[in-house]
Structures are given as C-alpha cells and as structure tokens.
Ligand binder design. Structure first.
Ligand code: C2R
Length: 154
C-alpha cells in the first residue's frame, strides 16, 4: 500500500487472506515517496516467491500501475477512499491503464480490499487444490450466514 493511512482499508485484504490461510506480506511502498523501494520490490517480487500483488493506494494512485509496469506478476489495484474526492480519483487513476500493462481494478474501499484478496485466492487456487477447497468452504459459509428474512435492528 502507498501509505500507513491505507492500512485501515488494506487490512481487510490481509484479514481475508488470513481467513483462507494464504501466506502474505503487507508492505508500505510508494511510487511517489519511495520510488527506489517500489522498483526494488516490484522488480524482485517474482524471484522472491510472490505470486500475486495487491496494490492499494489513494488519490493520485500511481502505485498499482507502476508496480504492474515492473513485474510480470498479476497486480490487483484497490482504490483507497480519499477525503477530497471520495476515492473517485483513486479509482480512475488505477482503472484507466493503457493497453499492454494491466491492473485488475477492484471497487473503492473495504469491498475492493476484500475482493482483491478473494480474486488473488482464486488465481492461486488454479494450481492449489487445497486452497480451492478452502475457497469453496469460505463461499459456503458466506452463503449460509445470509439470513433469508430481515430482522428489526435496535
Ligand atoms: N497514491 C499514493 C502513492 C502512490 O501511488 O505511489 N503513494 C502514496 N499514495 C497515497 O497518498 C494517500 C495519502 O497518504 P498519507 O495519508 O500518507 O498522506 C494514501 O492513500 C496513499 O495511498
């Protein structure tokens, strides 16, 4: 993620990966503020053993695209909700990549962070049957947790 301030949002991705028992690392890397850290992370990620990168950033969110430019790994971008423009800026700066360097862009905020983790899980599950089973279980639990009828909330 681009900043410590993104962690509140991106922790939802981390929690979802943990629920699926997927190993991950959470790092603060910024295309703007720590460009050398970004270059060394993104260029070395595949050799370090990473399989998928989830990049969350807000505002002028160049991190996911710059990360994708420097690694062949799949990159999923999470637009973090910004104060000034409610995340519209984050979304548009992540989603409109030029043809040739893709970033799989998720929804703004918490839902995007959770779904980035689930999408990463689905990619990893293509070559991991145990994970595919865990993902099936996760979805089943989600389904049974949805009540059919609403209740009055206090
Ligand atoms: N969009 C980027 C990048 C980047 O794209 O490299 N680096 C930091 N940021 C974003 O700046 C916002 C405000 O950061 P601060 O709260 O640290 O001022 C964060 O949402 C971060 O993702």
């Amino acid at each position: 993620m681009g900043s410590q301030s993104d962690w509140e949002t991106m922790k939802n991705a981390a929690d979802t990966l943990e629920a699926l028992d997927i190993a991950y690392e959470a790092r603060i890397v910024s295309a703007h503020r720590t460009p050398d850290r970004l270059a060394s992370f993104a260029k070395g990620a595949r050799d370090e053993g990473f399989k998928v990168i989830i990049a969350g950033a807000g505002g002028a969110a160049h991190l996911p695209g710059m990360c994708a430019a420097m690694t062949p790994l799949p990159v999923f971008g999470v637009p973090v909700q910004s104060k000034a423009l409610s995340g519209q800026d984050s979304l548009l700066s992540i989603v409109q990549m030029p043809a040739g360097i893709p970033v799989g862009t998720l929804a703004i905020g918490k839902a995007g962070a959770v779904n980035a983790a689930l999408l990463a899980a689905a990619v990893l599950a293509l070559s991991d049957e145990d994970l595919a089973d865990r993902l099936d279980d996760w979805r089943e639990q989600q389904t049974v947790s949805v009540a059919e009828y609403p209740v009055d909330e206090a």
